[in-house]
Design a protein around this ligand. Structure first.
Ligand SMILES: Nc1ncnc2c1ncn2[C@@H]1O[C@H](COP(=O)(O)OP(=O)(O)OP(=O)(O)O)[C@@H](O)[C@H]1O
Ligand SMILES: [Mg+2]
Length: 246
């Protein structure tokens, strides 16, 4: 579904990414971890068509990426909701931009908001919502158009640990119900192990792939009551070692 072949990206003298070879299958959930500045956001922006590679090729669904596509949704670190629109109105924004059928999507927007625990808040404005609630609205907004590819750039990093776990759990449920091909950037090893089929570990700048780790732990997974705690601990320890080794 997503193919990066020998992808490089430099910004002037700064080499952000070098020689990235990565193939992501349809419906797969891949987490990307690595130190600050190693090129994770750059990687997502290349896949989203917001940046062009300085070397190599990026294809999504077999076609070279040249510009943003409605098949690909990008969720940024900050929710960036429109303050004058309600939660529901914000979720429906891509529907208006892409001119999709409104009635059908209105019902879907309401279902998505309910699914992430925002029943009863559809008509609230962003200033009436907590940061975590705003981030949930942003998640619904990314999912409304049923993207085939979902790119998430540290979407939960500004939240408290419990909200973060809760949202990661909800994301897992949404993914199990209707999997989009997902690339999820995070600094949290725990979050990567909870969510991902594979974890890509990038080395410090220039970002290169240090390791791709398969997470063979059965789903659904959870942080707390996990029937596979040993496997989780092993995975977490392994990733920790990989990240510390510079
Ligand atoms: N538009 C840009 N212009 C110039 N340099 C850039 C640009 N975007 C990224 N860079 C540089 O590329 C490198 C990788 O940046 P990127 O934002 O991809 O890192 P990151 O892994 O997402 O970091 P963080 O974990 O802090 O978000 C950095 O050295 C950054 O300064
Ligand atoms: Mg970043």
């Amino acid at each position: 579904m997503i193919e990066l072949n020998r992808v490089c990206r430099a910004f002037g003298a700064v080499e952000a990414l070098r020689g990235i070879d990565l193939h992501i299958a349809e419906h797969e959930f891949v987490a990307v971890i690595g130190r600050s500045g190693c090129g994770k956001s750059t990687l997502l922006r290349l896949i989203a068509g917001l940046l062009a590679p300085t070397g190599g090729t990026v294809t999504v669904g077999g076609a070279p990426v040249r510009e943003p596509s409605r098949e690909v949704a990008l969720m940024q670190q900050v929710p960036a909701l429109l303050p004058w629109r309600t939660a529901l109105g914000n979720v429906l924004l891509p529907v208006e931009i892409l001119r999709l059928p409104r009635d059908e999507h209105r019902a879907r927007a309401a279902e998505l908001l309910d699914a992430v625990g925002l029943a009863g808040f559809h008509d609230r404005h962003p200033y009436e919502l907590s940061g975590g609630m705003q981030q949930r609205v942003a998640l619904c907004r990314a999912l409304i158009q049923r993207p085939r590819v979902l790119l998430m750039d540290e979407p939960f990093s500004a939240l408290d640990a419990l909200t973060r776990e809760e949202l990661a759990g909800q994301l897992q449920e949404l993914h199990l119900a209707r999997p989009a091909t997902t690339v999820f950037v995070t600094h949290s090893i725990q979050e990567a192990v909870l969510l991902a089929d594979r974890v890509v570990v990038l080395s410090p700048r220039p970002g290169r792939i240090r390791k791709v780790l398969d997470v063979g732990i059965p789903r659904p997974r959870s942080f707390g009551h996990n029937a596979h705690l040993e496997a989780v601990a092993e995975c977490v320890a392994h990733l920790h070692d990989l990240l510390l080794r510079d």
